[in-house]
Design a binder for this molecule. Structure first.
Ligand SMILES: NC(=O)c1ccc[n+]([C@@H]2O[C@H](COP(=O)([O-])OP(=O)(O)OC[C@H]3O[C@@H](n4cnc5c(N)ncnc54)[C@H](OP(=O)(O)O)[C@@H]3O)[C@@H](O)[C@H]2O)c1
Length: 516
């Protein structure tokens, strides 16, 4: 590994420590789509604004739509104007726009890839780019295998041994829809790319607050000793959305909350919170430890699925003062849809550190607010000498809340003596707020991850074995659900915290969900 830091590492280190990416070309498949418009173009433009892109650089947009280079640039400008976190600077835009080229073609047509190949050859030669190509799959998942196969057949992908440059593949989520399909996709990808050339996106890992879990745990000496079953009673992970399915009804019908959020984002959060300290901050060491956690997650089988999970689907209700329709009334959604828009589950990690500590995960749409956080709930003090003075049950155990979004920060709740006599004990918070401590605006997750992929740093991307282990956990649950009678949906009102079953999951253990 280079001694200069890559984007993900530099976010954790000193300013200016970052390594510039090699001269290269990004090829975006699906360049006419929503992801390109809302995420990729704004991220690339902001990297240009920060001078993070290499001087010798090009972007080739590829899609079926028949656009000229100029139309592609106009679309990109409109996207940046609408979605960039910073306004458009005319000079930076002009220079960035000069790097944009468009190729129109069928995803399954050999002839399209010949044209793509000659465009790359021309750009590489004009811009003196040493055949470094990053292929970005921003097409619907059904098109991934086609594009990968054609990339292989066209000879555009060097396996890095023969060619002078590198070839990398960025794959968006979802990566498969169960264990079997994820493995099949892996086989297709590995027939063309080596694993080290593959960058599987989970944009949660590009979030500053998610990376900060690693810094909090491993750059401080005082938390690790209490980070285990000895001191931790349980852990809660919440990823709550107030939005519904918006215009993605047909996608969501095939997906549901478990596949959409748990298999990737939430299990990734779980690994960062629970993994052993890696020996180094690099792709291999970090991902080795994450994968070990996923392997240690106790699998839910048969009846355990009913006991350890709760699923829900929202009906009509009110969110932020506005009346909203139920899931089954959303566009492109079946009036009898069995798809879950909420899931809660209890998991255990069967290893020395976490033996018998429950991890409660919940995620859902149309909840009262948007909020993602991880909370460590510590055990009570072992002996309460105040028991004769105050009601012992009123003394709350310590909690450490890591807020991923919004109000990014960390709070430690502990008990304090309220002023005056007699002794009264009240919980107080010690707060770290990103906004107050750091004045600089954070880059978007896509900026961080795109730059990392350009720099060849895979630390914040999921590896094949991690994805496999995560799907194994989730596929057991999907299979368990398939065996159970269909739930009576809808079972929670939009604007509430999910179905009663989610509360019961906690109440059975004498616990409750934290108010986020
Ligand atoms: N949008 C997001 O915010 C988001 C977030 C996370 C992950 N993702 C993932 O990123 C990928 C792209 O998402 P997206 O929202 O940009 O998708 P999209 O807008 O539906 O599609 C992107 C482009 O792919 C092309 N395409 C190729 N085959 C297609 C097919 N069979 N049906 C429809 N379009 C096809 C279309 O362009 P042409 O017709 O011009 O070829 C379309 O503009 C997906 O895998 C998605 O799951 C998206």
């Amino acid at each position: 590994m280079s001694t200069r830091a890559t984007a993900g590492q530099a976010a954790l280190l000193e300013p200016g420590a970052e390594r510039a990416p090699d001269p290269c070309t990004i090829v975006i498949f699906g360049a006419s789509g929503d992801l390109t418009r809302r995420m990729l173009m704004p991220a690339l433009y902001n990297l240009a604004l920060d001078r993070r892109l290499p001087a010798r650089f090009a972007v080739v947009g590829f899609a079926r739509r028949e656009w000229s280079d100029e139309e592609f640039r106009q679309q990109a400008l409109a996207a940046v104007k609408e979605f960039s976190r910073r306004p458009v600077d005319a000079a930076v835009w002009d220079s960035f726009a000069g790097s944009l080229t468009y190729v129109s073609g069928e995803y399954d047509g050999a002839e399209s890839y010949e044209r793509l190949g000659s465009t790359l050859k021309r750009l590489d030669s004009e811009r003196r780019i040493p055949e470094n190509h990053l292929f970005y799959l921003a097409v619907p998942p059904s098109a991934y295998p086609t594009v990968v196969k054609q990339l292989g057949a066209s000879g555009l992908v060097s396996r890095e041994a023969e060619g002078s440059g590198w070839a990398r593949l960025v794959v968006e989520k979802p990566f498969g829809r169960d264990l079997e399909s994820a493995r099949a996709l892996d086989r297709q990808i590995h027939s063309v790319f080596r694993e080290r050339q593959v960058y599987r996106m989970d944009h949660f890992l590009g979030k500053e607050t998610v990376q900060n879990i690693l810094v909090f745990r491993f750059a401080n000496g005082i938390f690790e000793p209490v980070w285990s079953q000895r001191y931790v009673d349980h852990v809660q992970i919440t990823v709550a959305e107030s939005i519904g399915v918006e215009r993605r009804g047909s996608y969501y019908e095939e997906t549901g909350a478990l596949r959409d959020m748990v298999q990737n984002h939430m299990l990734q959060l779980l690994t960062l919170v629970t993994m052993e300290p890696p020996a180094a901050f690099n792709g291999q060491a970090v991902r080795d430890e994450k994968e070990k956690v996923l392997q240690a997650v106790r699998r839910l089988r048969g009846n355990e699925v009913a006991e350890g999970t709760a699923r829900g689907q929202y009906g009509a209700g009110w969110v932020a003062g506005a009346a909203v329709p139920g899931y089954r009334q959303e566009p492109e959604v079946s009036a009898e849809s069995p798809t879950e828009t909420f899931v809660a589950l209890k998991l255990y990690i069967d290893n020395w550190r976490w033996a018998e500590v429950p991890f409660y995960l919940r995620t859902g749409k149309r909840l009262p607010k948007r909020s993602s956080e991880v909370t460590i709930h510590f055990k009570r003090a072992p002996h309460l000498m105040f028991r004769e003075i105050v009601d012992a049950s009123s003394i709350e155990p310590n909690t450490l809340a890591m807020r991923i979004q919004p109000n990014e920060g960390i709070s430690l709740k502990f008990e304090a003596k309220a002023p005056g006599a007699p002794i009264r004990i009240r919980p107080v918070n010690m707060d770290f707020l990103y906004g107050a401590s750091f004045l600089a605006e954070a880059p978007s997750a896509y900026e961080t991850l795109l730059l990392d992929a350009l720099q060849g740093d895979s630390t914040l991307f999921t590896r094949s074995d991690e994805v496999d282990a995560a799907w194994a956990i989730v596929t057991d649950i999907l299979e368990g659900w398939a065996e159970m009678p269909p739930p009576s949906f809808p079972n929670y009102e939009a604007g509430t915290w999910g179905p009663d079953e989610a509360d019961e999951l906690m109440e059975r253990d004498g616990r409750r969900w934290r108010r986020v």
